[in-house]
Structure formats: structure tokens, C-alpha cells
Design a protein around this ligand. Sequence first.
Ligand SMILES: NC(=O)c1ccc[n+]([C@@H]2O[C@H](COP(=O)([O-])OP(=O)(O)OC[C@H]3O[C@@H](n4cnc5c(N)ncnc54)[C@H](O)[C@@H]3O)[C@@H](O)[C@H]2O)c1
Ligand SMILES: Nc1ncnc2c1ncn2[C@@H]1O[C@H](COP(=O)(O)OP(=O)(O)OP(=O)(O)O)[C@@H](O)[C@H]1O
Length: 351
Amino acid sequence: MTVNRVGLVVHGGRAEAVAAARAVRAWCAEHAVGCADIDVWQEGARHSAREEMDSAGDPDLVVTLGGDGTFLRGARLAAENDALVLGVDLGRVGFLTEVPATAVRAALDAVREERIDVESRMLLTLRASCRLEVPAQMEALLRYGRGPMLPPPRVRTECEVGGDWGVALNVTALNDVVVEKLARDRQVSVAVYLAGRLLACYSADALLVATPTGSTAYSFAAGGPVVSPRAEGLVFTPVAPHMVFNRSVVAAPDEPVALRVLERSGQAAVSIDGQLRGVLSPGDWIGVYAAPRRLKAVRLGPTDFYGRLRERMNLTDAPAALADGQAAPLWPVRTPPPEDLAHLALPPGPG
Ligand SMILES: NC(=O)c1ccc[n+]([C@@H]2O[C@H](COP(=O)([O-])OP(=O)(O)OC[C@H]3O[C@@H](n4cnc5c(N)ncnc54)[C@H](O)[C@@H]3O)[C@@H](O)[C@H]2O)c1
Ligand SMILES: Nc1ncnc2c1ncn2[C@@H]1O[C@H](COP(=O)(O)OP(=O)(O)OP(=O)(O)O)[C@@H](O)[C@H]1O
């Protein structure tokens, strides 16, 4: 895997991330690999993923130095170019990031020497009844948020658009697409369709569609299931629905989840991976589906997703269970697994 150019996305508000960026630039200089900073927070306007990647000289590896938010911003850029993304963990939770800051040079060596795995993760994209835009007066309110907004998503010209099938928008979500109430005091009323069939009409604070990766983010906070990132599917989760049916539904990877704002509902905001991208008025709809494109994430070894879940989410054991005994490993890993277990995902065996 030849890496000719690295794009750096840095959490500029964190000194350790700024120091780690210096280490990446030094490594690139030593190995004659081009390196460009991608300043997604540039003063003034933010740019489309295409523009960011063009001005960084089309990197084939995006390195993020920060937390999960920084990784999500880097993933959006990497997906645009089918580039690899490597997350260096300099955040508060670090659920998505792969390597500690102390291992950044070793990680870059591993990429260069092709001692890595590339994990393919599902991304979501969408079609909408109209182009997504944020009204100009809302920009002023966003100064209470995280700085400048992304430009409106462009229409995917490579797709057939219009007619009953709506406008294909160039958005990719690694975590989730969220439709949420815009006014604090007015829930949204939304009809939800799975695989083209009406599931139910919801009145709720928000409705979200998550990937398996995003199942541990907002969907998890709203009571949704934890889904292995190796599984395929779309998780629909309502947030505070005022109705009896409040469960998540997990759709198959080829089943779209569509959300239509009902006639007398309040307006709704659309967020993609936590970033506000548009406003829906009554009658508007979005259809969310698995993108043909996937994220290519650098892995330095087998991912211990459940270990990370236990550790990063501070999962605690039942007090009575702790009093009743210690959890020993389920199966010994000192010998190769018997034939009937050989096809299963188990911790690495000897050697
Ligand atoms: N109530 C909530 O939990 C809530 C509300 C809004 C948005 N979000 C999530 O925040 C995400 C954007 O992240 P951000 O860091 O830019 O904003 P943020 O700083 O508001 O992040 C929320 C938290 O979620 C963590 N996180 C992000 N992605 C994760 C994942 N896939 N698995 C586990 N934890 C994850 C982050 O580390 C952070 O602690 C959105 O995609 C959405 O899922 C969560
Ligand atoms: N290059 C930069 N210049 C200025 N501000 C920056 C830069 N990079 C990041 N920031 C600031 O840091 C914030 C990033 O916050 P965010 O919560 O997304 O971080 P994170 O990567 O998820 O880490 P954490 O896990 O600590 O939240 C941005 O809102 C922005 O204000």
C-alpha cells in the first residue's frame, strides 16, 4: 500500500494533538511522503470534502489527531477520495480512534510497510425531496455551537435525479443521520418507512438512522442496541417518542429508512454525524440508505470491539455477580480451535 501523500486533520484546540501533528510531519519529511494540513475549521467558510481534498493535493492517507469528532471529520474527507483513514487517539472517549499518540510513528511505519489490515465500514448516504440548506438566519445561532458550518451538500450528478425518487445528495455518514426538532418547544411528527413500507408515525424529539459504527453513539444514548461494526444493517432509533412503541428496529443493509415530516409538524433539522446540514419543512422527506462507497479504516491488529466497549463505556458488573465469582476466559486460547469452531471470530490463538 504505497502512501504518497498524507492529509492531516488536527484538533487544534489540544496541545497534545498539535505536538503529534509535528511528529507526523517529521515522519513524512524523513520518508519523502508529501503532507498537507486540512484545516476543516478555517476561519470564515468551510468547504466541501471535494474542495478540501483537492487543496490538500489528494492525499491517499488521512491521519486524524483528536477525538471521535475529529475522526468523523477526517472520515468524511477520506470517503470522498476512497483514501485510508487512521485515527490517533487524543480525545475524551476515543471510541473510533485506533492508535495512542505515543505509537503514531510506529503506526505510520506499519502503513508504509503494509503491516496493517484495512477495515471496511458501512457509510450512509441519502436522497431527499429537496436540496438541503440551512436558512441564513440560523448561522447566527450556530456561534453557540462549533464554529462555521459546512456548505450545502451538492447533488450527486453521477446519479439519476428528480421525479419520484428525489435528489441524490453527496453526503456520507459514518455514524448517523438524525432528524430532530428545530424548536425547543415543538416535537417533530414524522412518518417512518422501512424498505418502502410505513412502519409508524412518530411524535418525538428526534429520529435517527445509525450504522453499526454509530450504534454506540447517539443511538446508544437513546436506548438503541449495540451492533458489532462487523455486522451490516441500519439501526432506526426514536429519541423520546411520545407513544407506546419506542423500540429500535434493525433493517437489512439493502433496506432504506425514509423519514417524512408530516403536514402540521414543526420544522426539523437534519444532522449528519453531528453536523447540521439542513432543515426540513412539513411535507419534506429524506431516504437514508447504505452508500455504495465504504470507509477504509487502518487497523494495526485485530479489533477488540467488545473489550473497547467495556473499557470506554465504563461497563460495570452487577454487584451480586461480582460477589458470586470471577469471569474466567470462556475458551482457552492456548490451542487451535476444534474444527466445528474454526470458522468463528475468536481471540488470536497461539503464534
Ligand atoms: N445524546 C447523545 O449521546 C448525542 C447527541 C447528539 C449527537 N451525538 C453523537 O455525536 C456524534 C458526533 O460526535 P462528536 O464527537 O462530533 O460530537 P460530541 O462531542 O457531541 O460527541 C458525543 C460523544 O459521542 C462520542 N462518539 C462519537 N461517535 C461515537 C461512536 N461511533 N461510538 C461511541 N462513541 C462515539 C464522542 O466521543 C463524544 O463523547 C454524532 O454522530 C452523534 O451520534 C450524541
Ligand atoms: N484546527 C483547529 N482550529 C481551531 N479550533 C479547532 C481546530 N481543531 C479543533 N478545534 C476545536 O475543537 C473542537 C473539536 O471538538 P470535538 O468535540 O469535535 O473534538 P473531538 O475530536 O471529538 O475530541 P473530544 O473527544 O475531546 O470531544 C472544535 O469545535 C473546534 O472548536
